[in-house]
Design a protein around this ligand. Structure first.
Ligand code: ADP
Ligand code: MG
Length: 470
């Protein structure tokens, strides 16, 4: 059964968060709950209306293309994709066919075939007795990205989709929320024993990354079993049944011929390279720091891979780290800062939910880090100071003093303590000198007691050991 190799290609749609729709002035608001309010004669397909291209949407797709290292077309056009369904009032969807805006590029090592721009359909909901259609979504700009069939596991497909979501958010072009349908992943999958691709099946209605991965695993198994039984995989579109965790046949796949694509005569052709705002070099220079660069930055600073991923994926934590980095002076401070951010600070989040902003002053946080490095705080004490800083703010030195958390680690104060406990515990000292290691622990304990827990135990132990050697 394991001889079959899966081949996967993804088709991912993302709603662009432009102010208005793709071809009209209706508001593009994915959070509008009242149905059919963001509509106008254009997106309702009234006769005699004409579409106008939304420049912001085109620019968003170019941004994504540039970020992925794809080739931006110098010429592009929109085509009509004809089909009948109640969610498509014109009887066709304006999409792109022969001239997508972007060709090529890669993400996470997966080659991208193309990215084009189209309009979203209306949203239909079905009851046993009737169906309802909400046209608020009709005509919202929708980006479609298609990958080459170069993915070979559920995990790799999931990682690609998650990384794309992150990129779209970094670029500010889409919220790309899967649960809200702002990002939709369709999976094409086949299995084969050799280099010739098997017949592919397309999986739709996936509403989470996890479901995409499960759907892929399910199809690998189903297709493999069919072939093992000497049967054929038929090319079709299958739905993902979230309840039963299975795919089911929806329709035998139509081919592009069925859609009778042709260039939309109502829209102008676009010579992208003649539009100043679409200048590729300009757009490149405007890009923010992107996830791969951000991860690499943390790695180059000596941070752990998991932490680098956390700061890149959870941007509010990463933004806090970046703020802290403005004040740290060396690799050790950076390392300690990161350790306290990625474990202790994260542990303070209410219900484990990452806040939108971390309200601790960067410079004060670095002061805390320096107190830790200087041995002024035990790790327990440091956690307590951090908790107070997170909840109420404040200066770490003051917080530590007010709460008697300052750890005594200066040689003079500790030296006095060591002197006293050696004088007062003659038996334990003799035992230690005659080879009883356990007595050392007792002496350290006495020192901690004497200092009311404020002494640095590691320093104390070192100093007692040294003193008793002479
Ligand atoms: P179609 O003409 O059916 O739309 P495409 O060639 O345009 O097919 O590919 C659509 C998607 O399916 C792409 O993501 C592509 O990578 C993927 N794909 C193509 N052939 C296969 C295959 N044999 N197995 C798995 N995925 C495939
Ligand atoms: Mg295709």
């Amino acid at each position: 059964m394991t001889k079959y190799k899966p081949t996967i290609g993804l088709e991912i749609h993302a709603e662009l968060k432009t102010k208005t729709k793709m071809f009209c002035n209706s508001i593009n608001d994915p959070d509008e709950v009242e149905p059919n309010v963001n509509v106008c004669p254009v997106c309702m397909a009234h006769p005699g209306t004409l579409p106008v291209i939304n420049k912001e949407a085109v620019k968003s797709v170019i941004k994504v293309g540039v970020a992925l290292g794809g080739k931006i077309a110098s010429f592009t056009e929109f085509d009509r994709k004809n089909y009948f369904y109640p969610d498509i009032p014109k009887g066709y969807q304006i999409s792109q066919y022969a001239y997508p805006i972007v060709s090529g590029g890669a993400l996470n090592g997966v080659s991208i075939t193309r990215i084009h721009l189209e309009e979203d359909t209306a949203k239909s909901s079905h009851d046993s007795e009737y169906s309802l259609v909400d046209f608020n979504r009709a005509g919202v700009p929708l980006m479609e990205l298609v990958t080459e069939p170069v993915i070979h596991s559920a995990e790799e497909a999931g990682a690609f989709a998650r990384e794309l979501q992150l990129l779209l958010r970094y670029l500010g072009v889409s919220e790309a929320n899967m649960e809200k349908g702002e990002m939709r992943v369709e999976v094409n999958i086949s299995v084969s024993k050799n280099d010739v691709f098997g017949t592919k099946v397309e999986i739709k209605n996936i509403n989470s990354f996890r479901s995409a991965e499960r759907g892929i695993e399910y199809e690998i198994k189903r297709q493999t079993e069919l072939l093992e039984l000497g049967q054929k995989v038929i090319q079709e579109t299958r739905g993902w049944d979230e309840m039963r965790q299975v795919t089911f046949s929806q329709r035998i796949k139509e081919t592009s011929d069925d859609y009778r694509y042709f260039p939309d005569p109502d829209l102008p052709k676009l010579k992208l390279d003649e539009v100043p705002e679409f200048d590729v070099e300009l757009i490149k220079s405007e890009l923010p720091e992107l996830p791969p660069e951000r991860r690499a930055k943390y790695i180059s600073l000596g941070l752990k891979k998991d932490d680098a991923n956390m700061y890149t994926n959870q941007t509010s934590i990463g933004d806090f780290m970046d703020g802290v980095l403005l004040f740290t002076n060396n690799e050790n401070e950076i390392k300690i800062a990161s350790n306290y951010i990625s474990s202790d600070l994260v542990g303070l989040f209410k219900d484990g939910e990452v806040p939108n902003k971390i309200e601790i002053d960067y410079e004060r946080f670095v002061e805390l880090v320096r107190m830790i490095i200087d041995g002024k705080l035990s790790s327990r004490g440091a956690k307590e100071v951090l908790r107070i800083m997170y909840e109420k703010g404040g200066i770490p030195q003051d917080i530590a003093e007010e709460n008697s958390l300052i750890q005594v680690s200066d040689i003079d104060s500790l030296g006095k303590i060591v002197g006293i406990i050696i004088d007062e515990n003659k038996d334990a000292v003799d035992d230690y000198r005659s080879g009883k290691e356990a007595s050392l622990r007792f002496l350290v304990g006495q020192g901690m007691k004497l200092s009311k827990g404020s002494a640095d135990p590691a320093m104390l132990e070192k100093m007692i050991r040294e003193r008793l050697q002479n």
